[in-house]
Write a protein that binds this ligand. Structure first.
Ligand code: NAD
Ligand code: DAU
Length: 335
């Protein structure tokens, strides 16, 4: 039995990863370390108790984090824990440095001290900056983060790689494009659009609506992460993408049409400050080295996401009645 330390396991991607691993690999135990921020939802892992343990710990608190390492023999660490929302980083960058940079440093130091055999840093295409109308990011593209969020993720990546070069630590980095799918907190575009449309509420579309993201269904990302863990080489970065570029306005129109809702729900609002124009991932390296290919095209992925949000109304209603309501008010009513 191997033990994985998974940080941020109550978040969107972390919980999808933990469910996938526990369902598929009976020889892996999971220790989930999560601070339980606004974005966490313990209900995402309801029913999982076999080969699973949870610690409520802030990765920025090194003393508390070190207890997790003292009490468990950890073979592999996968760091999902992060403040992950670009808009929040623009409003309040400090916590992004604390969690994403200092928290990652603590994890690296403890993983080295306790001789963890593999350390995977979960990163993002946003560290590469913004593209023009053509081209794609590959692993050689220079880092050029443009928001406090992406700057904090780039710093974490560089720290992680510095531990490989300096201490010969077994570090891997995966960088993925925009995820969507079940259990995504409804401040991100896809769940926000689905939920607002189901409730006949306005859908805020930033700027001219023509910013492009490369969308990937979360299950494809999770499979890519498993392949990096299985076959990735230490000291290497692996881009993961969905091969599904789309303009924001087209994503919204597709969802509205699927739900038979009027396009008049779209409300053009003030643009995000420093809004990155386009992301697109060249993931030929992970394809060549591990065979990774995304299975969901964007239509199939969105259809399945819409069905999940329709079937799991109680999941998102709970969130809407809590803190998020206040946040939502602040973000959109003052625009
Ligand atoms: P999320 O916001 O849904 O979840 C983050 C989780 O981390 C939450 O459970 C939260 O409680 C936990 N957390 C936050 N601060 C913590 C701290 N100090 N200590 C311990 N736990 C803490 O995020 P997500 O969308 O699931 O993203 C997960 C990771 O993947 C992040 O590192 C993000 O940068 C990266 N990523 C996300 C995407 C995307 O499209 N969502 C794409 C590429 C990479
Ligand atoms: O690219 C990977 C990144 O994708 C991850 O690293 C981040 O953690 C994740 O949050 C996501 O960042 P984005 O900023 O791209 O995602 P978001 O869902 O916030 O926005 C997607 C696009 O939609 C972006 O161009 C902004 C736009 N948008 C977003 C919201 C929330 C709107 O037009 N209206 C909205 O209300």
């Amino acid at each position: 039995m191997k033990t994985y330390l998974v940080t941020g396991g109550f978040g969107f991607i972390g919980s999808n990863f933990i469910r996938y691993v526990l369902d598929k690999q009976k020889d892996i135990g999971i220790i989930n370390v999560d601070k339980i921020t606004y974005a966490a939802n313990p209900g995402n892992l309801a029913g999982y108790s076999e080969n699973y343990k949870f610690y409520r710990v802030d990765i920025a608190d090194k003393t508390a984090l070190s207890k997790v390492f003292q009490e468990n023999k950890i073979n592999c660490a996968v760091n999902f824990a992060a403040e992950s929302h670009v808009d929040r980083s623009i409003a309040d960058p400090g916590i992004f440095i604390k969690t994403n940079v200092e928290g990652t440093l603590n994890l690296l130091e403890l993983s080295m001290k306790y001789r963890v055999e593999k350390f995977l840093q979960i990163s993002t295409d946003e560290v590469y900056g913004s593209l023009g109308a053509s081209g794609k990011f590959n692993e050689e593209t220079p880092l050029s983060p443009r928001s406090p969020y992406s700057a904090s993720k780039a710093a974490a990546d560089m720290l992680a790689m510095s531990f490989f070069h300096t201490y010969n630590m077994p570090v891997l980095i995966s960088r993925c494009s925009n995820n969507y799918g079940p259990y995504q907190f409804p401040e991100k575009l896809m769940p926000l659009v689905i939920i607002n449309a189901l409730n006949d509420k306005d859908i805020p579309l930033y700027g001219d609506g023509k910013n492009v993201r490369d969308w990937i269904y979360v299950r494809d990302h999770v499979k890519g992460i498993c392949l990096v863990l299985e076959k990735g080489k230490f000291g290497e970065v692996y881009n993961i993408g969905g091969n599904s570029e789309a303009e924001n306005v087209d994503i919204i129109i597709y969802i509205l049409d699927k739900l038979n809702k009027p396009r008049s729900l779209i409300k053009y609002v003030k643009d995000r400050q420093g809004h990155d124009r386009r992301y697109a991932m060249d993931f030929s390296k992970i394809n060549a080295e591990t065979g990774f290919l995304p299975k969901y095209n964007i239509e199939k992925g969105i259809d399945s996401t819409i069905n999940w949000y329709k079937k799991n109304e109680s999941w998102w209603r709970k969130i809407l009645s809590g803190d998020y309501k206040e946040y939502y008010k602040k973000m959109y009513e003052n625009r």
